[in-house]
Design a protein around this ligand. Structure first.
Ligand code: ZN
Length: 172
């Protein structure tokens, strides 16, 4: 396993639409292992492959709160089958939009069809934080970031801040 570099906004790669995986290969499993390690290292609860520059429809998540208890989840080619009309609001952040948070409204429940780590077809009935997280990660597969839901002004302020931060950072 290896820790990969997480791309941050502004970065055009993050706007790519990710491609479906034909069959879950050893290479894809290695990618998922790296993604999970990268996510844990960055203290995130979800990561899409495009966030480390790989345009594949692959997501890893772990929303377990208990210290020391890991509950990794892997989603390949996830598709939302049902969305609840009821909405839920969470304060969201994103490893690709560092240190920025905003309240985002999304359907409170959804059913997701996907392939697991071993390529087996599964269905997840998600609600609460799990539903929000999977929808946030699935947005990444379409090149969408949570700041896209904010007003133009708020979004441009955030991007300005992040650009400034980037130009002041020397990565040695
Ligand atoms: Zn994100």
């Amino acid at each position: 396993m290896a820790i990969r570099t997480i791309l941050t906004e502004p970065n055009k790669l993050l706007r790519n639409i990710s491609k479906p995986v034909d069959q879950v290969s050893k290479e894809d499993q290695k990618l998922m292992d790296d993604m999970l390690e990268t996510m844990y290292h960055a203290n995130g609860i979800g990561l899409a492959a495009i966030q480390i520059g790989v345009p594949k429809r692959i997501i890893v998540m772990d929303i377990s709160k208990e210290e020391g208890k890991k509950d990794p989840r892997y989603f390949v080619n996830p598709v939302i089958k049902n969305k609840d009309l009821l909405k839920n609001t969470y304060e969201e952040g994103c490893l690709s939009v560092p240190n920025q948070f905003a309240e985002i409204e999304r359907p409170s429940k959804c059913d997701v069809e996907y392939l697991d780590y071993f390529g087996k077809k599964k269905i997840l009935k998600a609600e609460g934080l799990l539903a929000t997280c999977i929808q946030h990660e699935m947005d990444h597969l379409e090149g969408i970031l949570f700041i896209d839901y904010l007003s133009k002004l708020k979004k441009s302020l955030i991007i300005k801040k992040l650009s400034k931060l980037k130009s002041n950072t020397a990565i040695l």
